[in-house]
Design a protein around this ligand. Structure first.
Ligand SMILES: [Zn+2]
Ligand SMILES: [Zn+2]
Ligand SMILES: [Zn+2]
Length: 164
């Protein structure tokens, strides 16, 4: 799978990102006997519609306009399936979803969220995860799940004039 993360701040043919994500998801689902139905696949494509996270409601409306089942439980189940298989992540602070740039590897997320353009980049630095696990353990807390959302400006937005 091409490294999607490196391309995200430079202009690129995003259709290739979507294609790569769907191909990788198909491979992972086949391996685990997960059923990537047409609807689930379309939800994945919509989450991968850009490198900015997308809300469930936007996905739901888009599906309806395409003649898919846009009932909220169906859409949330599809998102749940994609989350369970590590194909997408939920960004809590934005209440939105983003495609995982290296699905299949077991990882906890550190997300860099640009306050200006809302693009999200995964960091997934194991040293950070280990530091949290160790610090938590030192006060007797067994950390099982860590999601860190970090706000700031992406390199692209830092280069823009301030009042734009
Ligand atoms: Zn892209
Ligand atoms: Zn990920
Ligand atoms: Zn930005």
């Amino acid at each position: 799978m091409p490294d999607i993360t490196d391309q995200r701040f430079t202009p690129h043919d995003h259709r290739r990102c979507i294609k790569a994500a769907v191909a990788e998801a198909t491979r992972i689902c086949n391996e685990r006997n997960g059923r990537l139905t047409e609807q689930r696949k379309r939800v994945l494509e919509l989450v991968w519609g850009s490198h900015q996270p997308i809300g469930a409601y936007t996905i739901l409306e888009q599906l309806r306009s395409e003649g898919f089942n846009g009932a909220p439980p169906t859409v949330y189940r599809a998102l749940e399936f994609l989350l369970d298989h590590g194909l997408i992540h939920r960004i809590e602070s934005l209440n939105a979803y983003t495609g995982c740039s290296h699905p299949g590897d077991e990882h906890t997320g550190q997300f860099l969220i640009c306050s200006r353009c809302h693009e999200v980049t995964e960091l997934d630095d194991p040293a950070v995860s280990r530091a949290i696990t160790h610090s938590s353990a030192s006060i007797g807390f067994a950390a099982t799940h860590q999601v860190i959302e970090i706000r700031g400006l992406c390199s692209h937005c830092q280069a823009l004039p301030h009042d734009q």
